[in-house]
Design a protein around this ligand. Structure first.
Ligand SMILES: [Zn+2]
Length: 269
């Protein structure tokens, strides 16, 4: 074996990848060759320094799935700890570099994607706008809560509370099915002067309760909260003060407006 061959095999030897014959050959060469044995010693020092002081991070599961789905790769078998993939052979170095590029790409995909609540807000605005533009406000057009509420039965796996707020100047226009947050939801439509309010309702996660939170986006005001096992999103071009009146009226309807069927426990869950 000459120096050139020894150099080619050195990193493989360091990683115990050579067969016995090759390993003995290179050991013999290095015993006789100062330059090669010195080069090998330096590789070995570098390897142990990286093993001992290198920082290794496992990509979190959500990041791994994002990268995999972005690349349309099947689910990985058992994730290999990154420390085990470290190797000084150029082949592995190249692979690690590619991994780093992929990881960076995946990370930026992750960072660019808006958080789920923002996606939900966008969806709610789209739903609201669509309901106004497509002249498809209601699947069931009725100002009677006792007509609207039963209409949802069998169409949803929960029973949305339907409240008539005519006395508070928010007349019930009707209800329709919509699709938000990856599930079918109830949409109730109310009219206040010439303004329309969409109220989206779906079951909350267990024990989810939250005080009303407001936000404004694309010229619409939104208020969302969770109460009595349900998530509520109200959206309108009404000014925020009036939309708050609507939410307050919903929260405290007078006895005469609260029908027997307005309790909001999820059905069949
Ligand atoms: Zn040599």
């Amino acid at each position: 074996m000459n120096c050139s061959e020894a150099n080619d095999l050195m990193q493989g030897h360091l990683d115990h990848e050579l067969d016995l014959v090759r390993a003995i050959e290179i050991e013999k060469h290095m015993e006789a060759c100062k330059a090669c044995s010195e080069a090998y010693r330096q590789y070995k020092t570098l390897q142990s320094a990286l093993k001992e002081q290198g920082q290794y991070y496992s990509a979190p599961e959500y990041l791994q799935s994002r990268i995999r789905s972005a690349l349309a790769l099947p689910r990985a078998h058992k994730a290999t700890p990154w420390s085990r993939t470290l190797s000084l052979t150029w082949l592995n170095f190249g692979a690690s570099l590619a991994l780093a590029v992929v990881a960076t790409l995946g990370l930026s995909l992750y960072l660019v994607a808006p958080p789920p609540s923002e996606l939900l807000t966008e969806d709610i605005i789209s739903s609201h706008v669509r309901s106004l533009m497509a002249n498809h406000l209601a699947d069931i057009a009725s100002s009677d809560q006792h007509t609207v509420k039963p209409w949802f039965t069998g169409k949803l796996d929960f029973s949305p509370p339907v409240t008539d707020l005519t006395a508070q100047d928010f007349a019930l226009v009707g209800g329709r099915l919509d699709y938000l947050d990856n599930r079918p939801v109830a949409a109730l439509v109310y009219r206040h002067r010439q303004h329309l309010v969409n109220l989206f309702i779906w079951p909350a996660t267990p024990a989810e309760v939250s005080a009303p939170d407001t936000l404004s986006k694309q010229g619409y005001n939104l208020i969302h909260w969770a109460h009595a096992g349900m998530v509520f999103w109200a959206i309108s071009d009404l000014d925020l003060a009036e939309l708050k009146e609507f939410v307050a009226a919903l929260a405290k309807p007078s006895e005469s407006q609260t029908g027997a069927g307005t309790r909001s426990e999820p059905v069949g869950q």
